[in-house]
Design a protein around this ligand. Sequence first.
Ligand code: 3PG
Length: 214
Amino acid sequence: MQSSLNQKLLSSCAAVRVVPVLTIVDVAHAVPLARALVAGGLTALEITLRTPVALDAIRRIAEEVEGAFVGAGTVLDARHGEQAIGVGARFLVSPGSTSALLSAAQNFSVPLLPGAATASEVMALLDHGIRFMKFFPAEQSGGVSALKALAPPLADAKFCPTGGVSPANLAAYLACPNVVCVGGSWVAPQALVDAGDWAAIERLALTASTPRRS
Ligand code: 3PG
């Protein structure tokens, strides 16, 4: 069940290639921020469950932003997952995985993208039928060269590297055959969010979404 949901998420993420990772502090920012990113071509949005307004932000985006495919990040346990699904999250992202979370995910109605950073962690997820995973923290775990080294022995694993992805290394990550998409916060810098500069964020999103169109 979760295995096939996880593969469906791979297809959705392959279509967008860049997933903004958003930590929303002021819930009033949620809808205009999401609209700017969607207008810039980034339709899959991860809202981290790290602020008190995160669930409300997910709910508002799910209800109000046409074209957004909104998910929850920093899902550490089953309760987080259930709460996020309850407010409309269509996918869940976790920085790592625990056996409790993976068991709970079998009953989730939406896909889980759990994190792995080592060969053993990747193997454990493959054992659970999870073939699409977050590679986290990407840069700190060896970045592009680590992904290239993991590819031959772990050919079934496909990744969304997140953590330290930026315009400087985006193309190199996306060129890895085992990379489906990347995640990152650089498309929505806090200063632009605080300033309500949605046009600037839309331009950053357009730039980030351009490689897949060229
Ligand atoms: C996260 O989950 O916070 C991601 O790692 C975002 O990383 P970044 O801020 O380096 O893009």
